[in-house]
Design a protein around this ligand. Structure first.
Ligand code: NAD
Length: 425
């Protein structure tokens, strides 16, 4: 979401796309690449804005705004989720699309970067309204979409259900079933086993390897998770399985604390029934806004961007920050965290498990042959650990932090393909 910086009485919105640009520029400075080529890589290839009339349950029509951005298709089809949120902006979607380009290159899957979003508040909409909104949005951007051109997936406030509607709408227009046009679908209609858990599972693989690198033991470590949606809940569950004690958790509605470790499986059942973490009997209430500053070994921000800024980075006490969310740490906060010796596993590496299994889903759909959960998880392990050590190697060789190293790996991989393809200019 757009972060607001207060300066005297004026409120200046901070661009999330600028945030990615800064990260890109810092890494690009370390590489010996033609500046014109770097300019070509920075900006989105195409940004589309659509107006969506939707018939509401009370019979009235309401207009919504939707976006789809393709940042890059250099390494393959644009790939990236669709977000439903009242604060979605074109700037934010462009930033998220750019992060997807670099993320796909870090884990070395053959995709470019894309992202979509609709300005809406799903909490206030019925299933019928959400279905009609999703179908109209899909119809408006259907020329952009396709297994070879642009493949969406779930993001904040969208899920398997949303992907099923997108797949069906696209297929109705194509007059045949096209499963590989979206990933993150239900398994019974061409989804991949392990996709729902993939982002959180990947987050915890990178944490496990970081703990090894820092010579810390999971069973003596504590963790805090901000956000209990798809990424946060699975990260918490897999941390718990790894033997890490998860002492604090929060969602938008409130926080929880249990010094002995929260029983995540019990909490998952509670949230399924109650829709949020508040009132869970296995923990005490805790101030949601203080969760980021708890004295724990591992902090997993898994909610939204711009959470750790230059205004609060000093208060962070964790030894490891694993960025489950996209862009939770601003570029201004990064040097403060580095100064405190905090090991930050950057989003484009840490949360890349989702797009990795999305790649597996796309491959399986195109083959028409589906893998077991074991096969998916074993391949996810392989992709995530390879990416972690590719990035760590560059970080150690160049004496830079992991975010810079991840961008360096990604930019080099994209540039290599551009040089081979050439620029049609
Ligand atoms: P989600 O909608 O399933 O969950 C978001 C969670 O964050 C909810 O529990 C919500 O209550 C909580 N939240 C929102 N604002 C908060 C606040 N101010 N304080 C505390 N909690 C807050 O979304 P998700 O799919 O889990 O995505 C979360 C983040 O991970 C986003 O940045 C998304 O872009 C990123 N991400 C998601 C995936 C994926 O596969 N779903 C993959 C990569 C990255």
């Amino acid at each position: 979401m757009t972060q607001k910086k207060r300066l005297k009485s004026v409120t200046i919105p901070v661009s999330t796309f600028e945030h990615v640009m800064k990260q890109f520029n810092q890494a690009a400075e370390k590489l010996n690449i033609d500046p014109g080529l770097l300019e070509f890589l920075k900006y989105p290839k195409q940004s589309t804005i659509v107006s969506l009339p939707v018939k509401m349950d009370n019979g009235s029509f309401k207009m919504f705004t939707g976006y789809r951005v393709q940042h890059s298709i250099i390494r393959g089809p644009a790939k990236g989720g669709i977000r439903y949120h009242p604060d979605v902006t074109l700037d934010e979607v462009q930033a998220l699309a750019a992060w997807m380009t670099w993320k796909c290159a870090v884990v070395n899957v053959p995709f470019g970067g894309g992202k979509g979003g609709v300005v809406c508040d799903p909490a206030t909409m019925s299933q019928g309204e959400l279905e009609r909104l999703t179908r109209r949005y899909t119809a408006e951007i259907k020329e952009l979409l396709g297994p070879e051109s642009d493949v969406p997936a779930p993001d904040v406030n969208t899920n398997e259900r949303t992907m099923a509607w997108i797949m069906d709408t696209y297929s109705m227009h194509a007059h045949h079933t096209v499963t590989s046009v979206v990933t993150g679908k239900p398994v019974v209609m061409g989804g991949s086993r392990g996709r729902r858990e993939a982002t959180g599972a990947g987050v915890v693989i990178t944490i496990r390897e970081a703990l090894k690198h820092l010579k810390m033991k999971p069973e003596s470590a504590t963790a805090v998770v901000q956000g209990f949606g798809n990424v946060g809940s699975v990260s918490a569950q897999y941390l718990h399985k790894l033997g890490v004690r998860v002492t604090h958790i929060c969602d938008i509605f409130g926080g929880l604390h249990n010094p002995d470790g929260i029983d995540i499986d019990a909490l998952l059942k509670y949230v399924e029934e109650n829709k949020n973490v508040v009132g869970f009997p296995g923990a005490k209430p805790f101030d949601r806004d203080k969760v980021l500053f708890v004295d724990a070994d591992i902090l997993v921000p898994a909610a939204l961007e711009n959470q750790i800024t230059e205004h609060n980075a000093n208060k962070v006490k964790a030894k490891i920050i694993a960025e489950g969310a996209n862009g939770p740490v601003t570029p201004e906060a990064d040097p403060i965290l580095q100064g405190k010796g905090i090991f930050v596993i950057p989003d484009i590496l840490c949360n890349a498990g989702g797009v990795t299994v999305s790649y597996f889903e796309w491959v399986q759909d195109r083959m028409g042959f589906f893998w077991t959960a074991e096969e998916v998880n074993q391949r996810l392990e392989q992709f995530m650990t390879n990416a972690f050590y590719d990035v760590l190697k560059v970080a150690l060789e160049n004496k830079v932090h992991l975010r810079m190293a991840a961008f360096m790996v990604a930019i080099q991989r994209v540039v290599e393909v551009v040089m081979l393809r050439g620029i049609y200019a």
